[in-house]
Write a protein that binds this ligand. Structure first.
Ligand code: CA
Length: 197
Protein backbone atom coordinates (compact mmCIF):
# COMPACT_ATOMS: atom_id res chain seq x y z
CA UNK A 1 0.00 0.00 0.00
CA UNK A 2 1.32 3.37 -0.90
CA UNK A 3 0.72 6.64 0.87
CA UNK A 4 0.73 10.21 -0.40
CA UNK A 5 2.54 11.17 2.75
CA UNK A 6 6.13 10.11 3.24
CA UNK A 7 6.70 7.75 6.08
CA UNK A 8 8.59 8.87 9.15
CA UNK A 9 11.54 6.81 7.97
CA UNK A 10 11.41 8.47 4.58
CA UNK A 11 11.32 11.93 6.11
CA UNK A 12 14.27 11.06 8.33
CA UNK A 13 16.26 9.78 5.36
CA UNK A 14 15.42 12.94 3.47
CA UNK A 15 16.56 15.10 6.36
CA UNK A 16 19.80 13.17 6.66
CA UNK A 17 20.45 13.56 2.94
CA UNK A 18 19.74 17.29 3.11
CA UNK A 19 22.01 17.65 6.12
CA UNK A 20 24.77 15.79 4.29
CA UNK A 21 24.31 18.03 1.26
CA UNK A 22 24.55 21.20 3.36
CA UNK A 23 27.60 19.76 5.08
CA UNK A 24 29.27 19.03 1.77
CA UNK A 25 28.53 22.49 0.44
CA UNK A 26 29.86 24.09 3.63
CA UNK A 27 33.01 21.98 3.49
CA UNK A 28 33.46 22.91 -0.15
CA UNK A 29 33.12 26.61 0.61
CA UNK A 30 35.53 26.37 3.50
CA UNK A 31 38.03 24.54 1.26
CA UNK A 32 38.14 27.42 -1.21
CA UNK A 33 41.33 29.50 -0.91
CA UNK A 34 40.96 32.78 0.88
CA UNK A 35 40.47 35.79 -1.34
CA UNK A 36 43.81 37.18 -2.46
CA UNK A 37 44.04 40.83 -1.50
CA UNK A 38 45.30 43.08 -4.30
CA UNK A 39 48.03 45.18 -2.71
CA UNK A 40 51.19 47.04 -3.64
CA UNK A 41 54.62 45.49 -3.30
CA UNK A 42 55.44 48.18 -0.74
CA UNK A 43 52.45 47.10 1.33
CA UNK A 44 53.67 43.50 1.25
CA UNK A 45 57.14 44.57 2.38
CA UNK A 46 55.81 46.88 5.06
CA UNK A 47 57.93 49.17 7.20
CA UNK A 48 59.13 46.54 9.66
CA UNK A 49 61.16 43.37 9.50
CA UNK A 50 58.27 41.04 8.82
CA UNK A 51 55.57 41.48 6.24
CA UNK A 52 52.14 42.37 7.63
CA UNK A 53 50.79 39.88 5.08
CA UNK A 54 52.88 36.90 6.16
CA UNK A 55 50.98 33.69 5.49
CA UNK A 56 48.34 35.42 3.40
CA UNK A 57 47.65 35.13 -0.29
CA UNK A 58 48.07 38.42 -2.16
CA UNK A 59 48.03 39.72 -5.71
CA UNK A 60 50.72 42.22 -6.67
CA UNK A 61 51.84 43.86 -9.91
CA UNK A 62 55.37 44.82 -10.88
CA UNK A 63 58.00 44.73 -13.58
CA UNK A 64 60.30 41.73 -13.68
CA UNK A 65 63.82 43.04 -13.13
CA UNK A 66 65.88 39.87 -12.91
CA UNK A 67 65.64 36.09 -13.15
CA UNK A 68 67.48 33.49 -11.10
CA UNK A 69 67.52 30.42 -13.30
CA UNK A 70 69.97 28.06 -11.59
CA UNK A 71 70.10 26.09 -8.37
CA UNK A 72 67.26 25.16 -6.09
CA UNK A 73 66.32 28.71 -5.16
CA UNK A 74 65.15 29.95 -8.53
CA UNK A 75 62.74 32.74 -9.02
CA UNK A 76 62.43 36.29 -10.17
CA UNK A 77 62.27 39.78 -8.78
CA UNK A 78 59.44 42.19 -9.48
CA UNK A 79 59.51 45.89 -8.76
CA UNK A 80 56.99 48.68 -8.64
CA UNK A 81 58.50 51.41 -10.85
CA UNK A 82 56.43 54.11 -9.14
CA UNK A 83 56.64 53.22 -5.48
CA UNK A 84 54.90 54.69 -2.50
CA UNK A 85 57.36 57.46 -1.70
CA UNK A 86 58.24 55.87 1.63
CA UNK A 87 61.94 55.01 1.98
CA UNK A 88 61.10 52.52 4.73
CA UNK A 89 59.28 50.18 2.36
CA UNK A 90 61.00 48.18 -0.36
CA UNK A 91 59.47 48.39 -3.81
CA UNK A 92 60.77 45.02 -4.94
CA UNK A 93 59.85 41.46 -4.10
CA UNK A 94 61.36 38.04 -4.79
CA UNK A 95 59.06 35.38 -6.20
CA UNK A 96 60.42 31.97 -5.25
CA UNK A 97 59.92 29.14 -7.75
CA UNK A 98 62.13 26.46 -6.20
CA UNK A 99 63.79 24.24 -8.81
CA UNK A 100 61.56 25.49 -11.59
CA UNK A 101 63.06 28.01 -13.98
CA UNK A 102 60.79 31.03 -14.35
CA UNK A 103 59.32 31.41 -17.82
CA UNK A 104 58.79 35.16 -17.58
CA UNK A 105 61.37 37.65 -18.77
CA UNK A 106 62.93 40.86 -17.49
CA UNK A 107 60.89 43.83 -18.63
CA UNK A 108 57.57 42.03 -18.38
CA UNK A 109 54.93 43.78 -16.31
CA UNK A 110 53.17 40.98 -14.50
CA UNK A 111 50.43 40.40 -12.00
CA UNK A 112 51.35 37.65 -9.57
CA UNK A 113 49.27 35.84 -7.01
CA UNK A 114 51.11 34.02 -4.26
CA UNK A 115 51.55 33.47 -0.56
CA UNK A 116 53.67 35.91 1.41
CA UNK A 117 56.42 34.05 3.24
CA UNK A 118 59.42 34.90 5.37
CA UNK A 119 62.45 32.85 4.36
CA UNK A 120 65.22 32.50 6.92
CA UNK A 121 68.54 31.42 5.40
CA UNK A 122 69.73 28.58 7.61
CA UNK A 123 66.45 28.46 9.50
CA UNK A 124 64.78 30.89 11.87
CA UNK A 125 66.72 29.45 14.80
CA UNK A 126 69.93 30.89 13.39
CA UNK A 127 68.79 34.34 14.36
CA UNK A 128 69.33 35.94 10.97
CA UNK A 129 67.04 38.31 9.16
CA UNK A 130 64.36 36.88 6.90
CA UNK A 131 63.71 37.57 3.26
CA UNK A 132 60.12 38.43 2.44
CA UNK A 133 59.10 36.56 -0.67
CA UNK A 134 56.14 35.10 -2.54
CA UNK A 135 55.80 31.36 -2.67
CA UNK A 136 53.36 29.04 -4.48
CA UNK A 137 53.02 31.90 -6.90
CA UNK A 138 51.32 32.11 -10.26
CA UNK A 139 51.60 34.82 -12.88
CA UNK A 140 47.94 35.51 -13.53
CA UNK A 141 48.55 38.12 -16.22
CA UNK A 142 51.36 39.59 -18.29
CA UNK A 143 50.17 43.14 -18.84
CA UNK A 144 52.98 44.27 -21.15
CA UNK A 145 56.49 43.36 -22.23
CA UNK A 146 59.70 45.22 -23.01
CA UNK A 147 59.23 47.76 -20.23
CA UNK A 148 62.34 49.71 -19.24
CA UNK A 149 63.76 48.44 -16.00
CA UNK A 150 63.53 50.71 -12.98
CA UNK A 151 66.70 52.68 -12.47
CA UNK A 152 69.31 51.03 -10.29
CA UNK A 153 69.60 52.41 -6.78
CA UNK A 154 73.07 52.97 -5.42
CA UNK A 155 73.64 51.84 -1.85
CA UNK A 156 76.13 54.10 -0.16
CA UNK A 157 76.80 55.59 3.25
CA UNK A 158 74.18 58.26 2.70
CA UNK A 159 71.44 55.74 1.95
CA UNK A 160 72.10 53.50 4.93
CA UNK A 161 71.42 54.49 8.56
CA UNK A 162 74.61 55.32 10.44
CA UNK A 163 74.01 52.37 12.74
CA UNK A 164 74.58 50.03 9.84
CA UNK A 165 77.23 52.09 8.06
CA UNK A 166 79.98 52.92 10.55
CA UNK A 167 82.41 55.62 9.58
CA UNK A 168 85.81 54.14 8.81
CA UNK A 169 87.27 57.39 7.60
CA UNK A 170 86.85 56.38 4.01
CA UNK A 171 88.71 53.12 4.51
CA UNK A 172 87.66 49.53 5.00
CA UNK A 173 85.51 48.65 7.99
CA UNK A 174 87.59 45.51 8.48
CA UNK A 175 89.87 47.31 10.91
CA UNK A 176 87.15 48.69 13.13
CA UNK A 177 86.87 47.32 16.65
CA UNK A 178 83.84 45.20 17.28
CA UNK A 179 81.70 46.01 20.29
CA UNK A 180 79.36 43.05 20.78
CA UNK A 181 76.62 43.61 23.32
CA UNK A 182 75.59 40.00 23.65
CA UNK A 183 77.02 36.64 22.76
CA UNK A 184 75.60 33.61 21.09
CA UNK A 185 77.10 30.50 19.65
CA UNK A 186 76.25 28.70 16.46
CA UNK A 187 77.38 25.48 14.93
CA UNK A 188 75.98 26.04 11.46
CA UNK A 189 76.99 28.70 9.01
CA UNK A 190 73.86 30.47 7.73
CA UNK A 191 75.72 31.20 4.51
CA UNK A 192 76.48 27.54 3.99
CA UNK A 193 72.88 26.66 4.71
CA UNK A 194 71.69 29.40 2.36
CA UNK A 195 73.92 28.18 -0.43
CA UNK A 196 72.66 24.63 -0.04
CA UNK A 197 68.98 25.57 -0.19
CA1 CA B 1 58.86 52.55 -0.68
Amino acid sequence: MTSRHPSARGRRTGLLAATALVGSLTAGLLALPAHAATVTIAAVQGTKRLSPYTGQQVTVTGIVTAIRSTGTSRGYWIQDPVGDGNAATSEALFVYTGSTTPTTKAGNKVTVRGTVSEYYPGGSAEGGQSLTELTSATITSTLSTGNPLPAAFTLDAASIPDTYAPDAGGGSIEGLTLAPRRTRSTSTSPWKACASR
